[in-house]
Design a protein around this ligand. Structure first.
Ligand code: NAD
Length: 259
């Protein structure tokens, strides 16, 4: 496959970082995005670039800010001359009963987990249409397909992302561009580690019980999904072999949504 340019939002940690590394392994130039210690991010970017002999740049664009998202896309174009693969991955979580759910958390989750994908796609599509080739991968969740209590904003945003994925796929089907969603089950990343305490509080149970009964209880395999396996699926969807796969919700959830 020829060298492409890939932007992965929320790629300074967890699933996004793993996808960035896997796409770098395929030989693509990478735009990392996300928050964290600037020195650590620079070290990560340099290490990936050196390991896979490709170029890596970082944008600290805030996915709640449409003007910063637009600048990030321009930065990608200015750095590499094109943008071929976008992975809308940035996401946050907050766990609370809906009558106690802080409205500002609702707004933030909708902005990062759903609306940022609209802005990324909105600005990236003209560049992909120009080249008659593009891959859009939205990192949704099992929660794009089924609900769980106390995650109203997250479930609403991820269901919305599923709708956005299908709509974009239909609009660009004749332009050589695909748009798909990956729907992971539970993956052990900082996002999940942080929600264990909140879920314990919301359900009135211990953190150990949350892991056993709520998290791994949802997944028939009784195992977390591995970040590397999600990255491998993203690499496949980014390849020419996946040209006919579009508008799909691809579950990688240890059997969760087979229930
Ligand atoms: P993570 O917390 O490890 O990483 C989140 C990333 O998003 C980080 O790089 C962070 O800096 C970035 N980010 C957060 N707010 C941002 C903002 N305003 N602007 C830009 N970047 C921002 O989380 P993760 O578990 O790797 O989650 C990645 C995606 O996968 C999310 O969309 C999440 O909903 C989805 N997902 C995760 C799981 C899971 O179990 N971990 C399961 C299904 C889906």
């Amino acid at each position: 496959m020829t060298q492409k340019v890939a932007l992965i939002t929320g790629s300074t940690s967890g699933i996004g970082l793993s996808i960035a590394m896997r796409l770098a392994q395929s030989g693509h130039n990478i735009i990392l995005n996300g928050f964290g210690d600037p020195q650590k991010i620079q070290w990560t970017a340099n290490s990936i670039a050196e390991m896979y002999k490709i170029e890596v740049v970082h944008s600290n664009a805030d996915m709640t800010k449409p003007d910063e998202i637009e600048k990030m896309i321009h930065m990608a174009q200015n750095s590499f001359g094109s943008l071929d693969i976008v992975v809308c991955n940035a996401g946050v979580q907050h766990v609370a009963p809906i009558d106690e759910f802080p409205p500002e958390k609702w707004d933030m989750i909708l902005a990062i987990n759903l609306t940022s994908a609209f802005h990324v796609i909105h600005h990236a599509l003209p560049l992909m249409k120009e080249k008659k080739w593009g891959r859009i991968i939205n990192i949704a969740s099992a929660h794009a397909l089924v609900a769980s209590p106390f995650k109203s904003a997250y479930v609403a945003a991820k269901h919305g992302l599923a709708g956005l994925t299908k709509t974009v796929a239909l609009e660009v089907a004749e332009h050589g561009i695909t748009c798909n969603a990956i729907c992971p089950g539970y993956v052990q990343t900082p996002l999940v580690d942080n929600q264990i305490q909140d879920t314990a509080k919301a359900r009135g149970i211990s953190p150990e019980t949350v892991i056993r009964d709520v998290i791994l209880g949802s997944q028939p395999t009784k195992e977390f999904v591995k970040v590397e396996d999600i990255a491998e699926l993203a690499a496949y969807l980014s390849s020419d072999h996946a040209a006919a796969i579009t508008g799909t919700m691809l579950s990688i959830d240890g059997g969760w949504t087979a229930h």
